[in-house]
Design a protein around this ligand. Sequence first.
Ligand code: UDP
Length: 330
Amino acid sequence: MKSILVLGGAGYIGSTTVYELIAAGKHVVVADNLQTGFREAVHPDATFYEGDIRTPGFLDSIFEKEDIEGVIHFAASSQVGESMKDPLKYYNNNLCGTEVLLESMVKHNIDKIVFSSTAATYGEPENIPILETDSTKPTNCYGETKLSMEKMMYWTSIAHNLRYVALRYFNACGAHSSGKIGEAHNPETHLIPLILQVPNGKREYISIFGNDYDTKDGTCIRDYIHVTDLAQAHILAMDYLSRGGESNTFNLGNGVGFTVKEVIETARKVTAHPIPAKEEARRAGDPSTLIASSAKAKEVLGWNPQLDNLETIIESAWNWHKNHPNGYAN
Ligand code: UDP
């Protein structure tokens, strides 16, 4: 049986995808440099290679040893704030890494790749909900490098025997139902894990970044999508390419937006903790509203998100964080 190679399979979305691939009966090979991922997050039934995709020969040796049918690529830097302070790190990891990967894929005749893109490729949206055909003007370097990754795939697919699916995630959240893996970033910058640090006794209050946006309660609106639903989309995208589907780009979100205050209120309900909040200045580069149209993923891939209720999403995140207050350290 051929295997799927998951690059970055020790990270949050990558490890969840590996769990779902293995549950679907696939053979999985994981490669990760463990800079932001965790060895403990790698499914015990996956074959694991520790290494960096930019290291000359590392991917070549995997393609030579393993019988790989396609690649799912999560191995990238993904923090907006960091990308503004250290843009060259993002160009190096996200673009140089992808260039080395595509060269190795072409050399070994591996013709299918599914990879993480982001809603940050759009920048300030021109329509709500956002369609894949809307203009892409990233407002941060992270989004810029992901858009450039999409374009690198595009031109490679024109020249070589290779097809790709770019998945533009909205706000990934929640944790896998196994309870074994979940979100663990250092430093943490995302809203839901930061909120849950309060009932976990790790933080006194949650900061609300901006209360003067043009939204119903003045706080930013985001489209929160469960990580297991994202994982399923990767499996469907690989199946689509295996059926001969052409290169394509899809938004992945629930199509429903929640304000920061609504997310905090839901977390109070789920955790039965008062979770104090402080209204603070806006965070640079935050668009006021990001909501996906995922009609295309539903129609073309047959994607059908199951965990689309904010309370269910936060319950699953809380189940992970309360049992792993220090992430994988305990
Ligand atoms: N946010 C916030 N307080 C925090 C972290 C985030 O108010 O401590 C807001 C942030 O400004 C944005 C939303 O929560 O409007 C989601 O932010 P996150 O970093 O989780 O995801 P992003 O939308 O940046 O991908």
